[in-house]
Write a protein that binds this ligand. Sequence first.
Ligand SMILES: [Zn+2]
Length: 505
Amino acid sequence: MPSTTGPIPKDAAAIVLLRHNTVPHDPEVFLVKRSDKLAFLGGFHAFPGGQFDPTDAEVAVENAADVELRTAISCAARELFEETQVLVARGGDALTQGQRASLLDDLQSGRMSWPALLKHYELHLDADDFTFVGRWVTPPFSARRFDTWFFLVKCPSKQNAQLSDDGELESGEWIGAGAAHTRWERSEILAVPPVLHALKTLSTGFTDDLVERFLSLPNARHEPVRRIEFRPNYICFPVRTPTKPPATHTNCYLIYTSQNLLVIDPGSPYEDEQRALATAVDKLLAEGRTLAGILLTHVHPDHVGGVNALREHLGDVRVWSHQLTAAALPDIQVDQMLEDESVLALEGEPPISLRVMHTPGHARGHLCLYDERTGTLISGDNIVGLGSVLIDPPEGNMRDYLHSLDRMRALPNLSVIFGGHGPAIANPYRKIDEYISHRLDREQKILEAVRQGSATPKDIVASVYTDVPPKAHAMAERAVLAHLEKLAADGLVSQLADENWVAEN
Ligand SMILES: [Zn+2]
């Protein structure tokens, strides 16, 4: 099997916009915050950019012989204009702010296409204004993947970046690259690896080798990222697993301090993936850390499939889980049982204290971990960044699940959720609210269907899960059963002797 599966990356481009006449030792960049409402990377800090548009390729770009580069520059310039109102085009300085605003209106309303607009106003793009600083591919653990070209661009002197009112971006600000990177180090913001790399690279200032430093990482030259540090000291290391589509990977987490390392959910049964993980663990240990242990969030094979291999590789390792998880895994030796409110302390700098939460619902012995200092929640499969959570009785229990979601919702200062699949979740409260209302909405519809005479999970799926394709109906029936069991526990329905259910009056 190839080591990269998942959706094919879409072409995209982004611009690291430098403030006009910024100080060379700590340049200011225009950093935006993506709206909490966005399904993809909502709440993340980023640079202006977006996907290629079919018309981008029609724009002539001076000094760019290569058609792909030309298209990427055209896309980057258009996205920058649309999102920040900054127009980086030769001839653009002659336009007044009002004229630029009406151009933007022409473009956004669809009255004029991007190529037609440039032509009409005798503007042209020049590759010399766009310094190529890398091409990054989203790792295959995400539902949406991009192959993104990054360009470093100086903001024209007479223009200022100002967010357009399209609802995609929540805020934007000029900030020193060093200051922005410090905000990440303090766990105040979340950003994807190429953004962090740009901030870090720029924070050392405009050296002669600036572009080389940008391109020094293999990841900046198209090699997919394996170690993703959305938050300092929390490495997300997705490994390929036989998991539930659309997911193709399970996130293993490596939580480290200067002295300790904790491994969570080494789930891959595949040798190449186990080797890649072992190498990443070895590297962290070689830097002088000791392994605290391996922790299992829950019993499912895509979360525990690599435990024995990693243990064999490392030798003497302690494995931790809830006792219900341990009891269901006869092939894995669990050394220490964790309960609700247990605390795991990682010594060293920064000291990390993880509060264990027993959060059944998806699985009986499911554990989550909460780091109160930074508001970081490791949520296992209770909340995921990709796909949906299956509640499959008897291991799954909808009543327990909703109670677990309520407990997570009540955490006082949640700032990020690291789920078992997909990217980090930077809008945690909104996400949990969506989860809860989605379930309650389904529950209401199921209750209504039973009241209208649908008696079996099969009948109920046919009338309620109209948005789900037939091939997923078997799984939907399991979810319906979980809802029916909860409704029965709430006294609203009851089961007859067979598979039939009736409403209580
Ligand atoms: Zn699971």
